[in-house]
Design a protein around this ligand. Structure first.
Ligand SMILES: [Zn+2]
Length: 214
């Protein structure tokens, strides 16, 4: 009798432990998703009035011209549909704010470009999908790891390109708790529902309005 009780108790503990461990692994995986960028990438830093950063980063990290246009050049035709989708998503905000924001326009020469899109086949390191890089003096660079993204869905590619163009507009990352409300999270998918946004979230629209609409 006592033996049976002991056996039952230990079985119960084993089950609890196993399920606890399994749950822990699953939920942390669900929450964190896959990092979008390599660790070395510097995200844009919002200039704060009067701070040291304002002088260091004033006007830094945006591929937008003084005329408030971003000219993107995609010579290798890296995921042209996803790139077009990303530009369209941000342009929809400019339209919503009656043309007082930024326009993203496709160009066909390096001389006109403020952002150049480059395909980079990094099959040795599929831990990153893309990066945005400020190259002081232009054009800035949007690097895409085609080796990692070829294995992903069209939806995820749209997410990543829209996100990177957001960095080129000057947006940094948003906190993971804004899952579903911003496309500017560090990793994808997010949350228990494993959300992969392809449109801009409410938080992105607020950021855009504060940064670009006058
Ligand atoms: Zn990012």
């Amino acid at each position: 009798m006592r033996k049976t009780a002991l056996l039952l108790a230990s079985v119960a503990i084993a089950v609890l432990l196993a399920s606890g461990v399994a749950l822990g692994v699953t939920s942390s995986k669900q929450r964190s998703g896959h990092p979008i960028e390599p660790e070395w990438m510097d995200e844009p830093v919002a200039a704060q009035e009067g701070s040291v950063q304002a002088s260091l980063f004033g006007g830094h990290w945006t591929s937008v011209t003084p005329e408030e246009t971003l000219y993107y050049y995609n010579p290798e035709k890296v995921y042209p549909t996803a790139v077009g989708h990303g530009a369209g998503a941000w342009n929809a905000l400019d339209t919503r704010f009656k043309g007082r924001g930024v326009r993203l326009i496709k160009v066909y020469s390096a001389a006109k470009a403020t952002v150049r899109i480059d395909g980079i086949r990094d099959c040795m390191d599929r831990s990153w999908f893309a990066f945005a890089q400020n190259l002081m003096g232009a054009p800035d660079r949007l690097g895409v790891n085609t080796c990692a993204l070829n294995r992903q869905s069209a939806k995820l590619r749209q997410h990543v390109l829209t996100h990177e163009l957001g960095h080129h507009l000057g947006s940094g990352h948003q906190r993971m708790r804004l899952c579903g409300k911003s496309i500017m999270l560090r990793s994808v998918p997010c949350g228990r529902k494993r959300i992969v946004l392809t449109k801009l979230g409410v938080r992105d629209a607020t950021w855009y309005q504060n940064r670009w609409v006058r």
